[in-house]
Design a protein around this ligand. Sequence first.
Ligand SMILES: CC(C)(COP(=O)(O)OP(=O)(O)OC[C@H]1O[C@@H](n2cnc3c(N)ncnc32)[C@H](O)[C@@H]1OP(=O)(O)O)[C@@H](O)C(=O)NCCC(=O)NCCS
Length: 331
Amino acid sequence: MANRVRAKISALGTYVPPRLLTNADLEKMVDTSSDWIISRTGIRQRHIVDKGVAASHLAVEAAKKALAERGISATEIEAIFVGTVTPDMMFPSTACLVQDRLGAKGAWGFDISAACSGFVYALQTGVKFVESGAHKKVLVIGSDVMSSVIDYTDRATCVIFGDGAGAVVIEPATDDNYCIDYLHEVDGSGGCSLYMPGGGSLNPSSHETVDKKMHYVHQDGGAVFKYAVRNMAEVSEKLLARNGFKPSDVNLLVPHQANRRIITATAERLGLKDEQVIINIDEFGNTTAGTIPLALDSARQQGKLKKGDLVLLASVGAGFTTGAALLRWAC
Ligand SMILES: CC(C)(COP(=O)(O)OP(=O)(O)OC[C@H]1O[C@@H](n2cnc3c(N)ncnc32)[C@H](O)[C@@H]1OP(=O)(O)O)[C@@H](O)C(=O)NCCC(=O)NCCS
């Protein structure tokens, strides 16, 4: 297609709160062991916020780093899309809070609720607004404070999650390094496997919802595990094939970091070698919408991500939401 505007990621910034919650800390809180956590999930530690720190705060820190890397001011940003399931509050949106605190006076925006697929869904939203010609500088953020919705007496969930955020700037591409294609799918029948029942319009917050722990994450870990292993690989294969690529063409798979075993099973199904996959779940746990930008940043720091590399992002999250994006790394 002649003159088609394509969109690229032109800068990346990430942020995690400084406080660590290690496996040894969790051993003192619930009936678990570091060995169990490492062998079943691959996680050694996670970062969690102090009281009073919310998703917008992490998002702003990540965004500032992305803007600094690109060398632009917040006033140049035209739209802000934030993937999060732990917004500061029901409304206003986290995007509005970020817009104000960043001083992005010319930007509009909104939040995207897709759980662990939040970053890839927000990315695609940003890409489409740039490809359409509507905007030239968009900020896409994934930010979650999962520690705000986790029951730290439930060993099956509290060992998994951490807090973190990542932000990217999306702009029109100037060469062949751009976001190539995406494939997102939803299977709403999986909603009952991973959800937070309290605090919404169905079960408004009350003493009863709190007593019943409805304001915490509820999860059927086995069901999520099976769905993730099957669908992250399937959607990735479909996306690669329809763009004429084979898994062996991929320089780097950047998967949502939910469980090391889910990632290695996905990589095995795709026939990928270890060096084609980035895993940093040991350091951060599952930061929901934060995992993919945090993993991109880790890859970059380890020298595993170079301009022109074919990068495949893949995620599965509550919903169920599945997402995959294929791009040539551009910064
Ligand atoms: C949650 C998860 C780590 C559990 O691992 P698992 O190997 O499936 O473990 P199971 O749920 O089968 O439990 C096995 C045993 O370990 C126990 N167990 C669960 N959590 C434990 C913990 N933190 N420490 C020690 N034992 C634990 C269970 O109670 C169970 O004991 P039992 O056999 O006596 O009943 C795994 O299912 C998972 O990662 N699922 C995906 C979750 C996810 O990614 N969610 C985010 C969505 S993107």
